[in-house]
Design a protein around this ligand. Sequence first.
Ligand code: SF4
Length: 329
Amino acid sequence: MKHANVSIFIPDAGCPHRCSFCNQKTISGAMHMPTLREIDEALQTAIQSGADPKTTEIAFFGGSFTCIDRTQMKTLLQHAMAYVKTGHFSGIRISTRPDGIDEEVLSCLQSYGVTAIELGCQSMDDRVLRLNERGHTAADTVRACRLIHDFGFSLGVQMMTGLPGDLDETAMETTRRLLALRPDTARIYPTVVLKGTRLADWYRAGLYRAQTVEEAVALCSRLLLLFEENGVRVIRLGLHSGGNVEDGFLAGPYHPAFRELCDNRIYLERSKELLRSLPVGDYTLCVGTAFLSQAVGQQKRNLLQLENAGYRVRFCTVDTLKRYELTLI
Ligand code: SF4
């Protein structure tokens, strides 16, 4: 079943300070805390456009939901809960910081019918967290994830790549440590330098080099595979193309179809792996029916790259093959 969110952005709300890379107003396009009337409008629009009540959740994103003023938090939840109770939506999800989680706030979220919590972990390396002024440690993330499990919420983790101080190996290690916390879902965001952030100042001063799209795809495709092969669904890869990202963009691996680039890369690497020990020539590789375009690549780039290496490949489809599975016939 395809899950969907009606996202309600609470830009920066509840955040104790601004992390080095963050400009929620640019990312979400939302300029202020939504009024109850605006929330109603968003939810009514979703209902009228046929949102499936069984699979659509109301999502409070874009800030640190559990750190906003408690009365305001309860008002928002009460409002959203009324729509869940009348059967228009399947649940409520929120995103917050690891240090915004404790028993008290989790029982409060539970009493308002919240079903899923997404944690902005960003890295499991304390040095990277410190350099990027996150204001929490990896130990806070471990503690928060355990509590979220204890209360029975669905757990989502969000991580970033290419932050100042981060390396491909530390990002791989972050993924391994996040997997050990048994999340249900993950989001991966390669760092994009947005105007109006401290990261933008560091970039302009020559203190930070952003990843290229190619570098970010090479790394994120490995992380994607690691999550998915361990049963964790990656529900987002790369910044959403909505909001004001195009206007606020300064540098970095922003691409509106970033996920697709990573999927293509996985198929390219797997094709190379299968063919590596074989002599150059013509081959047929099979992939799942739904994944043919990912295997071929945008503008047939995978086919061209394989051909450049001496392998003329034809892809055929087999219904039973799952995502990223490939066989040689
Ligand atoms: S806690 Fe999250 S939303 Fe708040 S400033 Fe940091 S990255 Fe942005």
